[in-house]
Ligand binder design. Structure first.
Ligand SMILES: Cc1ncc(C[n+]2csc(CCOP(=O)(O)OP(=O)(O)O)c2C)c(N)n1
Ligand SMILES: [Mg+2]
Length: 435
């Protein structure tokens, strides 16, 4: 083992260098035990003023903002004191998101679409945050925040048309199913390239401020995506220019089959990234809808009053597979979800409302049935416009359109070539027919 260089420099007694390779705590077959995770009780993490200097609130990134205690009671100082009507609306939007996910997941299994991603267990991160934002605030989500559109009462049929890439799909079948985009919904196009939404959100927020507007931006990425360079350059720009933006990191413990340790989760918290930039950071119980609401409202007020960006880590758990293409039983312990110490966001808000005397198990069960029916009826409606499993629904030549204001000659040539070839191969088909 001793090289010439080693002996010349007299370093032969040093141990060989080695790398640390993080290893998930539980693998298939293991019994998960999360008792090593320190979960501060609801109420112990203080609430600074939303204008507080970032340097005075560094401890927040190691705490955990929680409102709901183990009995489902709301505890100060972060209790957003929402009316029962608002709490019920939030509960409904989360339950509707779950019902939507269930139906669309099955639609993929039935061959009606090629791909779907659920947000099970993470509904609060999108829904409760959206409730704390203004309708015009611009959202730059990842693929797991369908709850934003649902919280904004966006048409389920419109979302499904995109999932089915059918003739009513506003994106004309050009995007992977679930990568919605709607200007009217203040919901930026989802990108398959992880973390690109971060600098886009910061840029949009800077433009909003440069124009003297009052709208702020919010963005979400997974904990795995924080390993991307885009995440860091966005943090840098946001802090330096005090951009009116909320930077959400959804720490659901997994990035497909890579656990959070590969993105640095074993060394420190994701909220702690904020400290290095001199940005305000909050670490939040992501399965506590009231905590997510309160933290987002705090960050929105900070942004709107020109006190700059906030990085919010939502501590949560991806209760199901990464997507319809994934099988988590191959790489993680099957009972992790059941042992997750922060419970389920829908169950927690339901318990809270029942404790207030503003909800009941019966009402909840009735609502679940109603929502399942609503989703089913919406799916039937969307299916009238076609399903992905039945082939193409947009005229063939549209693949060349909408890139340039005026189509350049070479695209015109390619389009004509393609149309000619198609007619040769399938003389009986029209341009919009499935092939
Ligand atoms: C730049 C880039 N690298 C890798 C991928 C492949 N990929 C898609 S999703 C994913 C995991 C992301 O995990 P995380 O950021 O934690 O988000 P989560 O899926 O948990 O919500 C990976 C690696 C990609 N789409 N883009
Ligand atoms: Mg993740």
């Amino acid at each position: 083992m001793t090289s010439e260089v080693d002996s010349e420099s007299g370093r032969r007694n040093l141990p060989p260098l080695s790398l640390h390779i993080p290893e998930p705590h539980y693998r298939p077959g293991d019994v998960a035990d999360f008792s090593n995770i320190a979960i501060p009780a609801a109420g112990v993490t203080p609430r600074p003023d939303s204008a507080a200097a970032a340097a005075t609130m560094r401890d927040m990134v190691y705490g955990l903002v929680r409102v709901l205690d183990d009995d489902g009671k709301a505890v100060e100082p972060w209790d957003p004191r929402l009316t029962p009507e608002r709490l019920r609306a939030m509960l409904r939007a989360m339950a509707l998101t779950r019902a939507f996910d269930e139906r669309m997941f099955r639609a993929q299994r039935q061959g009606k679409t090629s791909f779907y991603m659920k947000s099970t267990g993470e509904e609060a991160v999108a829904v409760a945050a959206t409730f704390a934002l203004d309708r015009e605030d611009m959202c730059f989500p990842s693929y797991r925040q369908q709850g934003i559109l649902i919280a904004r009462d966006w048409s389920l049929v419109d979302m499904m048309n995109q999932i089915y890439s059918n003739k009513a799909d506003r994106l004309k079948g050009r995007q992977l199913p679930i990568m919605y985009s709607t200007r009217e919904g203040a919901f930026f196009s989802i990108s398959g390239n992880l973390a690109t939404q971060y600098p886009q959100a910061v840029g949009w927020a800077m433009a909003s401020a440069a124009k003297g507007d009052t709208k702020i931006a919010a963005t979400w990425c997974g904990e795995g995506s924080t390993a991307e360079g885009d995440f860091h350059s966005a943090c840098m720009f946001a802090t330096v220019y005090r951009a009116p933006v909320i930077l959400n990191v959804v720490n659901n413990q997994w990035a497909i089959s890579s656990f959070a340790g590969f993105a640095g989760g074993d060394e420190t918290t994701f909220a702690a990234r904020a400290v290095g930039y001199g940005m305000a950071g909050l670490r939040v119980d992501g399965n506590d809808p009231l905590a997510v609401y309160a933290a987002t409202a705090w960050a929105a007020e900070r942004a709107r009053t020109n006190h700059g960006p906030t990085l919010i880590e939502h501590f949560t758990y991806r209760a199901e597979g990464h997507s319809t293409s994934d099988d988590p039983s191959q790489y993680r312990s099957a009972d992790e979800g059941a042992h997750w110490p922060l419970g389920d966001p829908i169950a927690r808000l339901k318990t809270h409302l029942i404790g207030l005397g503003e909800w009941s198990d019966d009402r909840h069960a009735t609502q679940d049935l109603e929502l399942a029916e609503l989703v089913k009826a919406s799916a039937k409606e969307a299916e009238k416009n076609g399903i992905l499993g039945h082939g193409m629904h947009q005229p063939f030549e549209t693949m060349f359109e909408d890139v340039f204001e005026e189509m350049p000659w070479h695209l015109k040539e390619q389009s004509a070539q393609m149309a000619a070839e198609r007619t040769r191969k399938w003389p009986d088909k029209k341009s919009g027919d499935p092939v």
